[in-house]
Design a binder for this molecule. Structure first.
Ligand code: 13P
Length: 245
């Protein structure tokens, strides 16, 4: 399975900055041994999708509503993302779980909505620092997986320890291997043989200098990159570190 290097731009990217990242990605993406994805803010999805049309770089959203349409002021549906040119959507990012009170049940409903709209969901899980210090990381991540993934799930999972996001700190390779192995076993328990086919991305302070080591860890199927995805050269540097599969 090819590794997936996904960029989560979060709430960054006015028109000029978005084009300034997407253009070099389009020009630099040929011949990579991994799949590439960028998830701009809603307002830039259509314009970035136009820039990347015909290139191997896919476009995704960062969240979606559970409904297809309706009286939901300020929300965006998965169908709208697909209509704008997205083929993926991130759901259950820790910033949404924390800042918007998203529960596992809501994340599961969003995941189902994404699939119904033809999008590939990237479902995020990960423990806080306090939970890891208390030795509860697998209990927390296991609960998120069983609560957030619908039956028959065939998308992508991203393991993002909350304490590694935007901090410059990363777990050790041994810790990443242990957690990704735990997630793989949980996926197989939950989904049967199909659980073997789910890519498990690592996210949290991935940059060109640590990407090769993290991407070489067993059961790491790619990376979900925040800050470093806002610089095309850094993002491509991470992509070049992907393991050919
Ligand atoms: P950073 O790469 O900035 O740590 O962010 C990770 C992340 O949250 C990606 O979704």
């Amino acid at each position: 399975m090819r590794q997936l290097i996904a960029g989560n731009w979060k709430m960054y990217g006015l028109t000029e900055q978005a084009a300034g990242i997407a253009g070099p990605l389009r020009d630099g993406a040929a011949g990579l041994s991994c799949d590439l994805l960028v998830c701009p803010p809603f307002t830039q999805i259509a314009s970035v999708a136009r820039i990347l049309a015909g290139s191997p770089v896919a476009v995704g959203g960062q969240d979606c509503h559970v409904a297809t349409q309706g009286a939901h002021t300020g929300d965006i549906s998965a169908a709208m993302l697909a209509d704008a040119g997205a083929s993926y959507v991130i759901v259950g990012h820790s910033e949404r779980r924390q800042n918007h009170g998203e529960t596992d049940a809501l994340v599961r409903a969003k995941t189902e909505a994404a699939v119904a709209a033809g999008l590939t969901p990237i479902v995020c899980v990960g423990e806080t620092e306090a939970e890891r210090v208390a030795g509860r990381e697998t209990e927390v991540v296991g609960g998120q997986l069983s609560g957030s993934l619908p039956a028959g799930f065939a998308g992508v999972v991203a393991y993002e320890p909350v304490w590694a996001i935007g901090t410059g700190r990363t777990p050790t390779e041994a810790d990443v291997a242990a957690m990704h192995g735990f997630i793989r076993a949980a996926l197989v328990r939950q989904l049967g043989a199909a659980g073997q086919g789910v890519s498990i991305l690592y996210g949290g302070s991935v940059k060109p200098s640590n990407a090769a080591a993290l991407l070489a860890v067993p059961e790491v199927g790619g990376a979900l990159v925040g800050g470093a995805s806002l610089n095309a050269e850094d993002f491509l540097g991470i992509a070049r570190a992907a393991v050919a599969g």
